[in-house]
Design a protein around this ligand. Structure first.
Ligand SMILES: C[S@@+](CC[C@H](N)C(=O)[O-])C[C@H]1O[C@@H](n2cnc3c(N)ncnc32)[C@H](O)[C@@H]1O
Length: 284
């Protein structure tokens, strides 16, 4: 008890000295008194608490802080992917491939709150069609699509964290032209140059090949600054596709299915792509 009083006296002296030396000690004063309060309350609490309870409390606190930090890190990486080109994103992850795991851990956490995963709908679509269709999964993530269908799937992403994945910027895949039956973009139209991803899909698709797009619904809600889905569809058609199917029934994502035109008509007109706003996740 005497030890604590002399500690307090020393602190008061230090504060007085600080006040004389510097006329703006507010922060220091607040910190010190807080520190003291914390010290006293923790002294009392310690007497009431067992050591193991204390440890579990602090480890829960640490876990919460870690989760908060990695959540923040995920949101920063997510925003980066939506606001740079595919080429820049490739360079970014080449410098530190571990960041890709941070992004995907956060992405999986976000997706765990979605009642339905769009990738599963695309898996079911493929299961309802011939397994002989050759598929290209643009922005495949953990290659879940390839792992759940019998088809031959070329999986592309910025980092290959599975041996089946080909690391590249998907605006320039190593595929030859007209070799693919189904091109998939499942929540992966992220770069500012997303039109060049769709052009690449058009190049590698066979005539009459399928283009399946699943995208975050809010990006296509004109009422909240999103793109007009009709304008987006029109732009895709001008690239050389025919719209086959649209589904806006899911709360979280939309589905747009197209087929590559059998014969290409020469289109010299510049395509007007509506801007797709980034999908930024809220802090939970
Ligand atoms: C939101 S995740 C979706 C992953 C997967 N399609 C799914 O549905 O679970 C988007 C993925 O697209 C990838 N991606 C974004 N831009 C890319 C690019 N330019 N080239 C290749 N992959 C890209 C990201 O790295 C990320 O893995």
């Amino acid at each position: 008890m005497e030890g604590k009083r002399s500690k307090k006296r020393k602190r008061a002296k230090r504060l007085k000295f600080q006040k004389e030396k510097d006329d703006s000690p507010a922060v220091e004063e607040i910190d010190e008194s807080k520190e003291e309060e914390e010290e006293e309350s923790s002294d009392c609490a310690f007497a009431k608490r067992t050591k193991s309870q204390g440890l579990s409390k602090s480890s829960t606190f640490l876990e919460k802080m870690k989760a908060r930090l990695s959540g923040g890190h995920f949101r920063m990486l997510n925003e980066k992917l939506y606001t740079c080109t595919g080429k820049e994103a490739l360079e970014y992850f080449k410098e530190d491939p571990e960041l890709f795991n941070v992004y995907h851990a956060g992405y999986q956490e976000q997706m765990s709150h979605w009642p339905e995963q769009p990738v599963n709908i695309i898996i079911e679509w493929l299961k309802d069609h011939s397994p002989s269709l050759v598929v290209a999964d643009f922005g495949c993530g953990d290659a879940r699509l390839a792992k759940n269908v019998k088809n031959k799937v070329f999986s592309f992403d910025l980092v290959a964290n599975d041996p089946s994945v080909i690391a590249c910027d998907m605006s320039k895949t190593p595929l030859d032209s007209s070799v693919i039956d189904v091109a998939v973009f499942c929540l992966s139209l992220m770069g500012t140059n997303l039109a060049s991803f769709l052009k690449e899909a058009h190049r590698v698709l066979k005539p009459c090949g399928w283009l399946l797009i699943a995208e975050v619904k809010s990006r296509f809600d004109p009422n909240t600054g999103g793109a007009d889905p009709k304008k987006f569809s029109k732009a895709v058609c001008e690239l050389g596709f025919t719209s086959v199917f649209k589904d806006f029934s899911n709360k979280m994502f939309i589905l747009l299915y197209f087929k590559k035109k059998d014969k290409q008509t020469s289109n010299r007109k510049e395509i007007e792509w509506p801007e797709l706003k980034p999908c930024l996740y809220k802090r939970r």
